[in-house]
Design a protein around this ligand. Structure first.
Ligand SMILES: [Zn+2]
Ligand SMILES: [Zn+2]
Length: 298
């Protein structure tokens, strides 16, 4: 996972923060030391989205004096996801059960997610940034752009002067971002994601700084590959249903035969559901009532 240090005329800022483990914290401190500064020198941290590898250490930076900033509507979701009542996690547990996830796998999913919460700092105050707003990060001007799909209110930063895109998890060089449907999600996360990819493709950008993997230059080329990937996955989803009625978990295990962890199980089922929802919204499949809910091709 990459966090980016921005140095400008008025100091230092970070884009994303890393999961809060002892290792990640020493890596962050060492990287700042290499730049000749300490955590106390970071004035602001912009968090692209609520996932633990991005928001995890933001509270540590806050306690060292930084302001934490996020796209405004992502803040409430972040608060809820990492709250002690873990209502989002419990809601997801029931939702996955309805979609055919076996009880033991579902319990493992829930436990792994709760354990992840231990690696996310509490944050006292998160400042709101609006879609389209220009933020001052260390004295540089960075435009906040809403890019829904990976999470509902994920946002990237566009440095229009330097033609740099801080792409968060929206556009990644080697892997495709997980796009999942959850009970609390917006209606059609995959539709959101593909629309946001097409929109970001036309940005005048010559360098992309992703949150995972190495920086790269060809934004339109990479966006086209990801769009083609989802076309393939939508076709594969229809093929996995064939002419039978299947629950989403069964479809998921055809699409993802090898799943190595509880987190992978969650991402795979949520991703399958996002593809099914996308197809449903476009009249290609239908969800049938029942427990588990089953899906058919129209
Ligand atoms: Zn993420
Ligand atoms: Zn990430």
């Amino acid at each position: 996972m990459n966090a980016y240090l921005i140095e400008g005329s008025s100091g230092y800022a970070l884009v994303d923060s890393g999961l809060h483990t002892a290792d990640a914290e020493s890596v962050l401190r060492a990287a700042l030391a290499e730049a000749g500064i300490t955590v106390e020198d970071v004035r602001r941290v912009f968090v692209t989205h609520l996932h633990p590898d991005h928001i995890g250490m933001a509270g540590t930076l806050e306690r060292a004096g930084a302001e934490v900033v996020m796209h405004a509507p992502e803040i409430a979701n972040a608060r809820r996801m990492w709250s002690r009542d873990h209502s989002m996690i419990d809601e997801t547990y029931a939702w996955f059960e309805r979609h055919g996830m076996p009880a033991d796998v579902d319990r493992g999913m829930r436990d792994a997610w709760l354990a992840m919460g231990q690696r996310v700092d509490e944050i006292a105050k998160i400042d709101e940034a609006a879609d389209g707003e220009t933020l001052d990060l260390g004295g540089r001007r960075e435009r906040v752009v809403w890019t829904p799909g990976h999470t509902d209110y994920h946002a990237v930063l566009v440095d229009e002067a330097e033609r740099i895109l801080f792409s968060g998890d929206h556009v990644l060089p080697r892997i495709t971002s997980n796009v999942g449907l959850y009970p609390y999600s917006r209606e059609d996360p995959l539709g959101d994601f593909l629309g946001a990819l097409r929109a970001v493709r036309s940005r005048q950008v010559t360098r992309v700084l992703p949150a995972h993997g190495d920086p790269f230059d060809d934004l339109p080329g990479r966006v086209d590959q990801i769009l083609a990937h989802h076309d393939d996955r939508l076709r594969a989803t229809l093929d996995a249903l064939g002419d039978s009625e299947r629950d989403a978990y069964a479809v998921c295990r055809t699409l993802f035969p090898v799943l190595r962890s509880a987190h992978e199980e969650r991402f795979a089922l949520a991703e399958t559901l996002a593809h099914l929802r996308y197809l449903e919204r476009r009249g290609k499949v239908r969800e049938l009532e029942g427990l588990p809910a089953r899906w058919v091709v129209l």
